[in-house]
Design a protein around this ligand. Sequence first.
Ligand code: PAF
Length: 293
Amino acid sequence: MKICGKISEIKKHLKTEKAKGLTIGFVPTMGYLHEGHLSLVRESLKMTDKTVVSIFVNPTQFGPREDYQQYPRNIQRDTAILEELGVDYLFVPAVEEMYPSGYKTYVEVTDLQNKLCGRSRPGHFRGVCTIVLKLFNIIQPDWSFFGQKDAQQAIIIQKMVEDLNLETKIKVLPIVRDKDGLALSSRNTYLSPTERKAALILYKSLQLARQLFIAGEKKATLIKQAMIDLIHQEPLAKIDYVAIVKMENFEELEIITDKALVAVAVFIGQVRLIDNIILSEKEKTHEKNNAKK
Ligand code: PAF
């Protein structure tokens, strides 16, 4: 695995690969890798000729009172894992490489960026889109891989790719969960054992939403209230939002007609966690037929 810290260096390598007609897969990360990231890397290794992973804790996507400084980092462990998996290139730029002094350009996906997580994290998606667009320009991937765990991020990036006529195709892969259902996240490391148990309330609330929907409930308002009531039973949990929205524009739904994104953001102590599921009529029919078997 080649490790590059400089933009010019990684560009040079990838230019050579492309000249050979090879396809490039790209997995952008902030490091502290877990199975969720690795599922993206494995897919890239399967689908493309050369896989590039970036590790960059991007300061512009953190608010002033957020965890940029404390964000978990372990570059040595991450490097060993990626090497073992067979990744071709690891791009690990310094902050000054991506944002040299005098840096002034930012990308915004208007409207979508201000909903759900964007409401409590102003500027977050502006930072995400800016760094992802810069990385896309540097790597010029044929395929880029994102996790469904950050559902809003994945949808916003797909919109940016469409609106700015970018060449990369985006593949979004399912959430990877621990055995008990907790969605994997680098931020889970902040949780104490008691908080780790309490954090299961996110998954439980989503399971409840799914059960109600499969049982025939279509009223989003009612499902949402049931989720809120359940989360309130967990003393360590403080709701940031519980939302049942349209996939394309994150507008709140009253009735689930076809497909809905059910997304939650909940503070467990000081740690803000997110999780989501997609409800769809198609899935409902599938589950009902399976139950009959
Ligand atoms: O999902 C992440 O880890 C980050 O938001 C990303 C896409 C690497 C941009 O910094």
